[in-house]
Design a protein around this ligand. Structure first.
Ligand SMILES: Cc1cc2nc3c(=O)[nH]c(=O)nc-3n(C[C@H](O)[C@H](O)[C@H](O)COP(=O)(O)O)c2cc1C
Length: 211
């Protein structure tokens, strides 16, 4: 049985948060789909509001505090990512953008990503396409075709209505497809890993390699 790690990032600020509610439903649908296909799934849900101060400190100092470092490693080391933001002023909110700004460049290359958003009006659903998707394109992630937007009328008593449930299921299937196409993730990249041969660094590349 293949083990898969799924990271879920929610940038909702309210408590309770409709963004977190959507993130949880996307996570459950993706987990169920991967399990149905024979994988074992480890879910890691990150509520960014808990790390808001750490994210700002990271932006100011260039270094993540320990708790945020752990979150970054979890997100960048996962097989797939579900990233959900509330729409603020017709775009992602500042916390969502700041979190992805502090990741090392290249840490989400080729990573399957499902994007979602909540908003006060369905008229802003295309913010997913003109703001969130281009950001992940810049990070060279692989964003699945179905992006899931939930407006207030898509919920009744905290339950997704039929149309939203259908979009969640479709997006989850697409994310599972992308995850399955790849070998299991080997965890976060080591920022201190030697990428150059040591002898080459010493200018002695003709020496036999040390075994
Ligand atoms: C500062 C601010 C700006 C907002 N701007 C928009 C907007 O442009 N379009 C929209 O549809 N909703 C907008 N909203 C509404 C939120 O996107 C919506 O309430 C969201 O679901 C809140 O998510 P949460 O419950 O997870 O905090 C805005 C809310 C705030 C607080």
């Amino acid at each position: 049985m293949t083990r898969r790690a799924l990271a879920v990032v929610s940038a909702g600020l309210s408590q309770p948060s409709s963004t977190r509610l959507l993130a949880d439903q996307l996570a459950a649908a993706t987990r169920d789909e991967l399990v149905r296909r024979g994988s074992e799934v480890e879910l890691h849900v990150v509520d960014l509001r808990e790390y808001a101060h750490d994210v700002v400190n990271n932006m100011l100092t260039g270094f993540p505090p320990a708790a945020l470092r752990e979150v970054i490693d979890t997100v960048t080391g996962a097989d797939g990512l579900i990233a959900v933001t509330p729409i603020f002023s017709a775009s992602y909110n500042g916390l969502f953008k700041s979190f992805f700004d502090v990741l090392d460049s290249g840490s989400l290359v080729d990573r399957p990503v499902l994007i979602g958003a909540t908003g006060g009006t369905a008229r802003h659903s295309l913010a997913l396409e003109h703001a969130v998707r281009p950001m992940f394109a810049y990070l060279r992630s692989v964003v699945v075709p179905t992006a899931v937007f939930a407006a207030p009328e898509d919920w009744s008593d905290g339950t997704a209505d039929g149309a939203l449930r259908g979009r969640i299921r479709r997006a989850a299937g697409e994310l599972a497809d992308q995850i399955e196409r790849r070998p299991p993730a080997s965890g976060p990249a080591d920022p201190f890993a030697l990428t150059t041969d040591f002898l080459q660094m010493l200018g002695r590349s003709d020496d036999p390699p040390v075994s």
